[in-house]
Design a binder for this molecule. Structure first.
Ligand SMILES: Nc1ncnc2c1ncn2[C@@H]1O[C@H](COP(=O)(O)OP(=O)(O)OP(=O)(O)O)[C@@H](O)[C@H]1O
Ligand SMILES: [Mg+2]
Length: 387
């Protein structure tokens, strides 16, 4: 990713594997985390996000592979000697201590001078907008305020990296949204690296500079929200982030970069790079990129029957059924003329709006493993699809 080319790597995970008993919960994870970035680990429950964070923090050992912080291998280093701090979902404030003492606790432990503690705690509380709350006890403040105390406690030591494991999970939706913006703002202001864990894609898209999408212990893709949304590398990523129409197909009649995609009930002539003739693929097209017409469209042999329109204010969502029963979804602005329910329509899309993905695992995992150094090739491939 060119815009990150100049950034300094602060944490590097190299072929990290984690087994619990026979259960491999993190699989050959390669990840570079850059200084001052907001990186989110996103994926469904049980995919290995917390385990990854705990290995970075030093609460768990890696089974295989290495973790580097500022280029030094941290193997065997206890959590308090790593320049990271962790905020967990349950913020676990000390109930018998007021806000000031909760935030300053670690500094007292470090035997810092009183005046210095006061200065640092005040600064941290100001940053999370809780100045004036010093004397309150945890039971006298709201959930969102407690979470901010926990964050103040984590940043009071000036860590280089803050690890946050679903820190907003316990908050209601409105407060959560507000805290998302506050946290993002705080991260930019402090310039420290945030590694943030969530299973909420919207939260990830809102807050992150980059998102690392994990599935069953595998890092399937890492990139900006735009990259991941527009160019998902795998079916899982296409499905997990936003909505997508996914077609199974195989590649046929390849000639140079051009080939046909043979679907169960259609055929599309298109182009791409890096595919093999007769290879099985998935084709992903977002609902806003899928179009329909009353007349046949060049290079597309794909038809369906309009089943339903749903008006949701700013958008019309249309369902179309293909002859094999697959339902596809189209989103249109209300001012677009769309054929009536029951009519036969021809489906098409702009060539660069479809993403064609490998299904064969050997090809796929080579393809998604950035560490294998084939990212340049992938970029060329994507560029060739864009022209
Ligand atoms: N201490 C442990 N011993 C054994 N298995 C564990 C342990 N901790 C986690 N696991 C297993 O490892 C896998 C990954 O767990 P992890 O907590 O990393 O998931 P997660 O992505 O954080 O999920 P969630 O979104 O639910 O928090 C799960 O299958 C989990 O059951
Ligand atoms: Mg977790």
């Amino acid at each position: 990713m060119a815009e990150y080319g100049a950034k300094r790597t602060i944490i590097k995970l190299e072929n990290v594997v984690k087994f619990y008993g026979d259960n491999e919960v993190v699989k050959k994870l390669n990840l570079n985390i850059y200084e001052s970035e907001f990186l989110t680990l996103l994926g469904p429950s049980g995919c290995g996000k917390t385990t990854t964070l705990r290995m970075i923090a030093g609460f768990e050992d890696v089974t295989e592979g290495s973790i580097y912080m500022e280029e030094k291998n941290v193997e065997g280093k206890p959590p308090y000697l790593r320049n990271v701090n962790t905020v967990f979902q349950s913020y676990a404030l000390f109930p018998h201590m007021n806000v000031f003492n909760n935030v300053g606790f670690g500094l007292v432990e470090k035997k810092m001078k009183k005046a210095e503690i006061k200065e640092k705690v005040t600064q941290a509380l100001t940053l999370v907008q809780l100045k004036g709350f010093e004397k309150r006890m945890p039971h006298q403040i709201s959930g969102g305020q407690k979470q901010r105390v926990a964050i103040a406690r984590a940043i009071v030591n000036n860590p280089k990296v803050l690890l946050l494991d679903e820190p907003l999970g316990a908050l209601d939706l409105k407060l959560r949204k507000q805290m998302q913006l506050e946290l993002k703002h705080l991260q930019k202001m402090l310039g420290i690296t945030f590694v943030y864990v969530t299973h909420d894609q919207e939260e990830a898209l809102t807050m992150s500079d980059r998102i690392a999408v994990m599935n069953a212990g595998i890092l399937e893709q890492i990139g900006t929200a735009k990259e991941i949304y527009e160019k998902p590398k795998t079916k899982f990523v296409a499905d997990f982030i936003g909505e997508s129409n996914i077609f199974e197909a195989y590649i046929n009649d390849m000639s140079g970069y051009e080939f046909d995609l043979v679907l169960e009930c259609g055929r599309i002539h298109t182009k791409g790079n890096g595919f093999i003739n007769e290879e099985m693929v998935y084709v992903s097209v977002r609902p806003e990129s899928l179009k329909c017409s009353n007349d046949p469209v060049k290079n597309f042999e794909l038809r369906g029957i309009v089943k339903e329109h749903v008006y949701i204010g700013s958008l019309i969502k249309t369902s179309i059924e293909l002859s094999n029963g697959q339902q596809v979804k189209l989103n249109n602005l209300p001012d677009v003329d769309i054929p009536e329910t029951g009519s036969l329509v021809y489906l098409y899309w702009k060539e660069d709006k479809a993403v064609i993905m490998h299904t064969r695992e050997d090809i796929l995992y080579d393809y998604i493993d950035e560490a294998k150094g084939n990212t340049e090739e992938i970029r060329l491939l994507q560029d060739s699809q864009e022209t």
